[in-house]
Design a protein around this ligand. Structure first.
Ligand code: APR
Length: 256
């Protein structure tokens, strides 16, 4: 279906109605929601995986075999996040939560921008780069305490190299985050899938799980994904930073 401005506006109205009518709405977000904060996503043209081969940089075996090399990518990503602010998409989701219309955000992102944008119920499915952990002894420290001179940082207790508390390929999802996320998916009426290519599991299994449990699935993305036309009820194609605030505005207009 050709996306025209007309049917985009109609879809925004439809999403506003679906959210207003939903007993329990959740959101699943990916890197696309932070692109308008200046953080490139992974798989779009010019994304992080164009610069860093995920096999060489994002797998736990790469970190274990060459931590100094992987820390070059981590430093780049941390510097991008340091300069980033929540964008209108993050703020719109926080507004929905404040309006009592969004139960939780399940995010694949590790940038902390949902919390800084005002969201309170945030499930960090892939961990968070706000903390560094030691694979040797379990020591933890806040990333904020890190100076980029001493890269890679070493554990003060056992001198192993510290790792951001994020899930690398080949690592398990934090059990508490996974269990909470699947429970949210099973018990929601509506899931907003925002800015994810839906190709990385188990996160990409959340929309189908919600669908099987009877929920509506609404995608907001610059482009179709494997969910589109199969799992999603509809895709509102465009930038999350433009679409989500329009949905909130449409809900306000109707509530007034
Ligand atoms: N608004 C909406 N969608 C956008 C925007 C935007 N402004 N910019 C990009 N997108 C979309 C892209 O079209 C793409 O479908 O966001 C999606 C980003 O996909 P990915 O780069 O694959 O990011 P993500 O889905 O979060 O990746 C999942 O893979 O590399 C691992 O652990 C990493 O959490 C990440 C996981």
């Amino acid at each position: 279906m050709k996306i025209t401005q007309g049917n985009k506006e109609a879809l925004i109205k439809r999403a506003a109605t679906d959210i207003a009518d939903s007993r329990k709405t959740i959101a699943l977000t990916g890197a696309g929601i932070s692109v308008e904060s200046g953080i490139p996503d992974f798989r779009s043209a010019g994304g992080l995986w164009d610069k860093y081969d995920p096999e060489e940089y994002a797998h736990i075996s790469a970190f274990r075999s060459n931590p100094a090399k992987v820390w070059n990518m981590i430093k780049d990503m941390m510097e991008l996040v340091l300069g980033a602010e929540p964008n209108p998409a993050h703020i719109a989701l926080a507004e929905l939560e404040r309006m009592g219309l969004l139960n939780s955000v399940i995010t694949q992102n590790v940038d902390g921008l949902h919390q800084r944008g005002g969201s309170r119920e945030v499930i960090e499915f892939h961990g968070s780069n706000q903390w560094l952990v030691c694979l040797g002894c379990g020591y933890r420290q806040e990333s904020a305490s890190l100076s980029f001179e001493d890269i890679p940082p070493r554990c003060p207790q056992c001198s192993s190299i510290l790792k951001p508390d994020v899930v690398f390929f080949g690592e398990p999802i934090p059990p508490e985050a996974q269990n909470r996320s699947f429970e949210e998916a099973r018990t929601c009426d509506l899931v907003l899938v925002v800015g994810t290519s839906a190709v990385v599991y188990p996160a990409a299994g959340i929309p189908p799980l919600a669908k099987q449990s009877g929920a509506k699935v609404v995608e907001i993305n610059m482009e179709p994904t494997p969910l589109t036309g199969f799992v999603s009820d509809y895709l509102i194609q465009g930038s999350a930073g433009a679409i989500l605030p329009q949905i909130v505005e449409e809900i306000r207009r109707h509530a007034a």
